[in-house]
Ligand binder design. Structure first.
Ligand code: ZN
Length: 363
């Protein structure tokens, strides 16, 4: 099933008085790259690429040093506000002027280019920030190292929203463009809609403003709807739990290259493996398997696959009474059991253990 989404922000554009506004962003650092993730598409609906004005369109200056392209996909999106004036000028000219102003501001901090990967004007225009960000997102495999969120620049895409949203909401056209851009980036990079954050989640800052920050749950829901998925809430799994879900998580950790014993007991060895896994994918290493960790831990398995991830699915099926050998080999018997389980849960009976089936198996 596939559908195109039509972006309606252009309908909302209108011209207003020209009001200037500077851009102010928090200073940020960088860290080393993290390894690549399993690449399971998370969306059921195809999200159309939004119209993005590249750096050439808004007459960016060349970066002061070569752009750093990382080979690992980013794992989260971080929403910012520019803390500049809430201009009533919703024109394209204002959007381009804003992009140039931010770049100059960031040059003056000694940065090589605009810190953020993307910018959205109050008129709903989407612009490339740092050079090559658009190209990287179109390819969906590489990440342009930015400078927008201290400690998370190698794992997150930064989106600057023009304006100051401490006491007022972004204009409808800007919010609509934000939903469209986030959904497209989630699709391109396989980022779950749950992984949208505000700058203040990670750094000591008001950004993206009290009002915009309070809208993030709605943004996650709107992005999930655009992707055609439900926001999946997974059962928090932690020490000292025991049972099949723990064993299943342990097998998925083994499949991800961690060292531990799949004994169904969440002890210190499991917590340590979880922390190592979390660090590797850019998550806070708290040793607890919550929704964000589950979303990265699962990997799609289907007929012909083998290994501990297959065993994880088979173990859950067997624990639910399905007749299946827990041998780590995904054959015809496992496929039949998966189809039967999917039918019982109202899922499409395709015999493939993808994100929604994993979620049903672990819940
Ligand atoms: Zn910010």
């Amino acid at each position: 099933m596939a559908a195109k989404n039509v972006l309606t922000r252009r309908d909302l554009l209108r011209l207003g008085a020209l009001v200037g506004g500077g851009a102010f962003l928090a200073s940020c650092g960088v860290k080393v790259a993290s390894p690549a993730l399993p690449q399971t598409p998370l969306n059921a609906l195809a999200v159309a690429s939004p119209s993005v004005a590249g750096t050439a369109a808004w007459a960016a200056q060349a970066p002061r040093s070569p752009i750093v392209l990382l080979s690992a996909r980013p794992t989260r999106l971080i929403v910012h506000h520019t803390a500049s004036a809430n201009t009533s000028d919703l024109s394209r000219a204002q959007a381009y002027s804003l992009a140039r102003s931010i770049q100059q501001s960031h040059f003056s901090r000694g940065w090589i280019d605009s810190g953020q990967q993307f910018t959205i004007s109050r008129g709903g225009y989407v612009l490339e920030g740092r050079h090559r960000s658009l190209e990287a997102a179109q390819g969906g495999q590489q990440h342009v190292q930015g400078a927008h969120c201290d400690g998370f620049n190698d794992v997150s895409v930064g989106i600057e929203n023009e304006g100051t949203y401490m006491t007022v909401s972004p204009p409808g056209g800007q919010y609509s463009a934000l939903v469209g851009l986030c959904a497209w980036l989630c699709q391109q990079y396989g980022i779950p809609a749950s992984e949208l954050y505000g700058h203040r989640d990670f750094n000591n800052t008001d950004c993206p403003g009290d009002v915009l920050y309070a809208k993030l749950p709605q943004l996650r829901a709107d992005v999930a709807a655009r992707l055609g998925v439900s926001l999946r809430l997974w059962p928090t799994t932690r020490a000292p739990m025991t049972g099949e879900r723990v064993r299943s998580a342990q097998r998925l950790l083994l499949a991800a290259g961690q060292s531990l014993t799949a004994d169904g007991t969440y002890g210190s060895g499991t917590a340590s493996a979880v922390r190592a896994f979390q660090s590797g994918v850019g998550l806070t290493p708290d040793g607890v398997i919550g929704s964000a960790t589950w979303e990265r831990l699962i990997r799609t398995v289907r007929r012909g696959d083998s290994g501990p991830a297959v065993q994880a699915a088979q173990g859950q099926l067997a624990a639910r009474g399905y007749s299946v050998a827990v041998d780590g080999v995904f054959g015809a018997g496992t496929e039949t059991a998966v189809r039967n389980f999917q039918t019982s849960r109202g899922l499409g009976a395709d015999g493939v253990v993808g994100p929604n089936t994993w979620h049903a198996l672990q819940s």
